[in-house]
Design a protein around this ligand. Structure first.
Ligand SMILES: C[S@@+](CC[C@H](N)C(=O)[O-])C[C@H]1O[C@@H](n2cnc3c(N)ncnc32)[C@H](O)[C@@H]1O
Length: 121
């Protein structure tokens, strides 16, 4: 599984990782069609049905500790089809499989990134 590795990625490496994940998960190398692969839901994560979710990105940089615990517990208990989760803050309960330094809009001027913590259930 690709997410077992620890990454310190440049933008290009992140793009390559995305392509490799696409190939592994969807069996193809081209960009995923949003209509085929992604459903956008506006709502409370803690109320959402995440039983069919395969990948989660938690933009959790400003989440309070109680929200981090609640989100991680929900993922552990309900995300039966999860392949990988990335969070901008460390999470309890889940098995950490790597860390990935990712460029963010707010880090671009300094050329750095923000650490993303990678998990499996
Ligand atoms: C740092 S902002 C990220 C905004 C945007 N998604 C991005 O990545 O640029 C964190 C977001 O988490 C959302 N959020 C906080 N608690 C949430 C919850 N229980 N369910 C869904 N979203 C939540 C907030 O509304 C906020 O938009």
């Amino acid at each position: 599984m690709l997410l077992r590795r620890c990454y310190s990625a440049t933008r290009w490496e992140a793009w390559e990782l995305r392509q490799r994940l696409l190939k592994e998960v969807a069996g193809r190398e081209d960009e995923a069609s949003p209509e085929d692969e992604v459903e956008f839901v506006q709502g409370d994560l803690l109320e959402a049905d995440i039983s069919e979710v395969t990948h989660i990105y938690l933009s959790s940089l400003c989440f309070e500790e109680s929200m981090l615990f609640a989100a991680a517990q929900k993922v552990q208990q309900e995300a039966r089809n999860l392949r990988g989760l990335a969070s901008l803050q460390p999470l309890p309960y889940l098995r950490k499989v790597g860390e990935l330094m990712l460029p963010m809009s707010w880090t671009r001027p300094r050329g750095l990134g923000t650490m993303a913590y990678l998990y499996e259930t």
